[in-house]
Ligand binder design. Structure first.
Ligand code: PLP
Length: 354
C-alpha cells in the first residue's frame, strides 16, 4: 500500500498480555499488582476529577520535586513519561538514531528492540546465560564505537533474575564513558537479593547511568501510566525535549504523589506479593517444575517444549499467563486464590507428563 514506510510495516507489534473474556478468568499475563488502589489514592483522584477540563502541568513540578527530595537529587534530574516505557522511548530517541546501536539482554523487556527500531537505530540483543541471567561479559564485549545505549533490566522481565551490585559495577568499568547505561528497575521493590544492585547508588557514582522507575508495578498504578527517569541533568533536559507534550495526565501525577505518601501501606502489599512469590516458587519446585529464583512479581517457568501444553491447560482453567512457545511461561503473582489455581493446574500436568 502506498504511503507506508517499510521500516514501520516490519516493526514487531508490542504484545499485550492476554485480556480476560469473563469475570471468572484470572489475568496473570501483564505483571500487574493484584491489589486495588489504596483508599487514599482513590480519594486524591476523586478530588482531581473536577479539573480534567484543564491540561496537566507539563513540567510535573510537584511530582518531580517530590521524587527529587526522595532521592536527594535535583528536580532537573527527573524526567517523567506516560509509563516508564514512554520514558525508555524518550531515552532511545534522545540518544540514538540511524547508524547507532542499542545493546540489551535477550530475552528481556520486549519494548527494547521495538523502541530502538522506531528511532531508526540498531538493536543488539545479547543472549542470556544458560541460567537466564544477563551475560554482562558478553554485553560489554558487544559494545562497539556505534553503541550509544545499554539497557540493564534488573530484575529481568521475563526471567526474574537480578545481578549483584558487584557484577554491575564490574560491567560499568568496561563501558566507555560516552555510552549511557539505563538501569531499568521496573520491579526493584520486589528484589530481595541482599547484594542487589541499586540503580540510585550507580547513578551517584557514575556520570553515564540513568535509572528507570515506574509507578505501574509495586505502586499499582499501571492503568494511569506514569514512570520516570533519574538522569544526568543535560540528558533529563533532552528527555523532556523529545517527550510527548502533556502525556502524563493530572490524574496520573496526583495518584503518583498520593502513592509516595502511602509508602508504608504499599510496602506491606509488596511484602505480601514477595511472600506469595516464594510460596508459588516452592510449590512449583515441589511438583517438579524447573522454576528459577525470581526477584520480581512473577515467576519464570522453563517449560521448553511443554510450554504450549501448559499454556493451554492454564487457559482451560481460566488462567491467562504469558507464554513464549518452546521457551517458557511468565506467570504474574496474583491473589492467593489465583495462585492456588495455577499451582493445582501445574501439579496436575506434571503428573501427566511425569
Ligand atoms: C522491565 C520493564 N520496564 C518497563 C516497563 C514499562 O512499564 P510501564 O510503562 O507501565 O511503566 C515494563 C512493563 O512491563 C517492564 O517489564
Amino acid at each position: 500500500m502506498t504511503g507506508r514506510r517499510d521500516v514501520v510495516a516490519s516493526l514487531p507489534l508490542y504484545k499485550q498480555g492476554a485480556m480476560p473474556t469473563s469475570a471468572d478468568v484470572v489475568k496473570l499475563s501483564s505483571n500487574e499488582n493484584p491489589y486495588p488502589p489504596l483508599p487514599s489514592v482513590v480519594s486524591a483522584l476523586t478530588g482531581a476529577l473536577g479539573a480534567i477540563n484543564l491540561y496537566p502541568d507539563m513540567g510535573a513540578v510537584r511530582l518531580r520535586s517530590a521524587l527529587a527530595q526522595r532521592y536527594g537529587v535535583a528536580p532537573g534530574n527527573i524526567a517523567v513519561g506516560a509509563g516508564s516505557v514512554e520514558v525508555a522511548q524518550q531515552i532511545v530517541h534522545a540518544v540514538a538514531g540511524p547508524g547507532d546501536e542499542v545493546v540489551f539482554a535477550w530475552r528481556s523487556f520486549e519494548a527494547y528492540p521495538i523502541i530502538t527500531l522506531i528511532a531508526g537505530a540498531t538493536p543488539v540483543a545479547v543472549p542470556l546465560t544458560a541460567g537466564d541471567r544477563h551475560d554482562l561479559d558478553a554485553m560489554a564485549a558487544a559494545i562497539t564505537p556505534a553503541t550509544k545505549l545499554v539497557f540493564v533490566c534488573t530484575p529481568n522481565n521475563p526471567t526474574g533474575t537480578a545481578p549483584s551490585a558487584a557484577e554491575v559495577e564490574a560491567f560499568l568499568t568496561r563501558v566507555p564513558a560516552d555510552v549511557l547505561v539505563v538501569i531499568d528497575e521496573a520491579y526493584v521493590h520486589f528484589n530481595r537479593r541482599p547484594d542487589a544492585v541499586s540503580g540510585m547508588d550507580l547513578f551517584r557514582a557514575h556520570d553515564n547511568v540513568i535509572v528507570l522507575h515506574t509507578f505501574s508495578k509495586a505502586y499499582g498504578l499501571a492503568g494511569l501510566r506514569v514512570g520516570y527517569a533519574v538522569a544526568p541533568e543535560p540528558i533529563a533536559d533532552d528527555l523532556r525535549r523529545v517527550s510527548v507534550p502533556f502525556a502524563v495526565t493530572d490524574l496520573a501525577q496526583t495518584a503518583a504523589l498520593a502513592s509516595l505518601d502511602a509508602d508504608r501501606e504499599l510496602s506491606a502489599r509488596v511484602d505480601r506479593i514477595v511472600a506469595e512469590r516464594d510460596r508459588v516458587t516452592a510449590g512449583l519446585a515441589a511438583s517438579g517444575w524447573p522454576v528459577g529464583e525470581s526477584q520480581a512479581n512473577f515467576v519464570w517457568l522453563r517449560a521448553g517444549d511443554d510450554t504450549a501444553r501448559v499454556d493451554a491447560a492454564l487457559r482451560d482453567a481460566g488462567v491467562l499467563v504469558r507464554a513464549w512457545d518452546g521457551e517458557g511461561l511468565r506467570i504474574t503473582i496474583g491473589t492467593p486464590e489465583a495462585d492456588d489455581r495455577v499451582l493445582s493446574v501445574l501439579a496436575g500436568i506434571r503428573e501427566v507428563i511425569g
